[in-house]
Design a protein around this ligand. Structure first.
Ligand code: PLP
Length: 379
């Protein structure tokens, strides 16, 4: 996290609420991932935080990207403009996977001219791709256990592994080519066995598909889910990496390219929210603070991401249990009913760290309050 004095100074200069993005930390997280999983190409999952400057920093580090909408696709694709013509098609395949298994027809029509790599997991999608984006390459998303993840991602997408080879066969029958397999073990996964099981399931499917003559499978996409170190209970990433490396090397030879789609891991620890106390009251014997950022804004992850964020004061002093609310009129706009803070005055700043993923990305304009201003440091 950025220094407290820096955060205070940025709040003075910009007003609050602000959302401070430290690009040094993003680069460090990228480097850590790369160093600990040397065989894995990173496709940053843009949905975790779609800020353009973040995309740029990761692009400059050598990252590729996982996108899930036309707008996310175009956000990454902008970087292509500086490339010579002959590099452009290579760029799409090396740099972008469109990892939303369900795409509407309009999107497929727009995507087709880019000859994209897209995921799918059902027969209707094969038909749509054949009719509207016949130039796309396919990656099959399989369903894998999501036990113990903070955010479950397996009930919505993924073919049952027992039916995977049939679906690969169907895609080929329709004249499309399945280039790889993908899965997602659930976001902020604390159960590393999910990865081990998923990798083993994927390996079985690839073997069976090859036996049936589908030789073109060359990508294994191990998805996202890599846990951010929100607190001391999160097992270190290096322990997960060690297990992953040995399983990947055991089950896949060099003909399989391994990619991953980390979102949270790269950005969660890089951002800090700074807001101001705008009101205080004692209700039912409990101190209540009202701040100018909340659940409809940077703290949206409380709802959508099932994440808890702690608020901290810039000053020290005896603490009391209090409630902290956002600025809107909705009671849902409750950041915490049990935060420990020292006595705060109106206009004092508070901050919340590790809030870079699934936070400002799903901020709204509810009640006329705009999203926090983004401030970049160490760009
Ligand atoms: C959300 C998502 C990710 C990123 O997940 P994290 O848990 O943030 O790493 C990666 N891939 C897909 C397909 C996703 O939907």
């Amino acid at each position: 996290m950025a220094k407290l004095s820096t955060l205070e100074q940025l709040a003075e200069e910009n007003g609050t609420p602000i959302f401070v993005v430290d690009h040094d930390i993003i680069r460090q997280n990228y480097q850590d991932f790369k160093t600990l999983l040397p065989r894995v190409q990173i496709f940053y999952a843009v949905k975790a935080n779609s800020d353009k400057e973040i995309v740029k920093t990761l692009y400059d580090m050598g990252s590729s990207f996982d996108v899930a909408s036309m707008n996310e696709f175009l956000l990454v694709h902008e970087n292509i403009e500086s490339l010579p013509d002959e590099e452009r098609q290579k760029f799409i395949w090396e740099k972008i996977i469109y990892a939303n298994p369900i795409k509407d027809i309009k999107t497929l029509k727009e995507l087709d001219k880019y000859k994209p790599l897209v995921t799918f997991d059902n027969i209707e999608e094969i038909k749509k791709v054949k009719n509207h984006a016949p130039n796309a390459g396919l990656v099959l998303r399989i369903k894998v256990p999501n036990t113990g993840a903070m955010v479950e991602l397996s009930s919505k997408f993924g073919i049952d592994p027992g039916l995977a080879v049939d679906l690969i066969e169907e895609a080929h029958r329709q004249g499309l080519v399945v280039e790889g397999l993908s899965f997602h073990v659930g976001s902020q996964t604390t159960n590393f066995d999910n990865y081990i099981q998923a990798i083993s399931v994927a390996s079985g499917i690839i073997k069976e598909a090859k036996l049936k003559g589908f030789e073109k499978i060359k990508i294994l996409d191990i998805g996202g889910g890599f846990p951010a170190p929100y607190d001391v209970n999160v097992e270190p990433f290096k322990d997960l990496a060690r297990k992953l490396n040995s399983e990947l090397d055991r089950l896949f030879d060099d003909s399989i390219e391994i990619i991953a789609e980390p979102g949270r891991f790269l950005v969660a620890t890089a951002c800090t929210a700074v807001s101001s106390v705008i009101g205080k009251a004692d209700r039912d014997g409990k101190r209540c603070y009202y701040i100018n950022d909340g659940v409809y804004h940077t703290f949206s992850g409380i709802i959508f991401d099932h994440c808890k964020y702690h608020l901290q004061a810039f000053k020290t002093g005896p603490k009391q249990i209090c409630s902290v609310f956002g600025p809107t009129c909705d009671a849902l706009d409750t950041i915490s009913l049990a935060e420990e803070l020292p006595e705060l005055e109106i206009e004092e700043y508070v901050y919340s760290e590790n809030i870079g993923a699934y936070s400002r990305a799903s901020s709204t304009w509810f009640n006329g309050f705009p999203p926090a201003k983004i401030v970049h440091i160490n760009k």
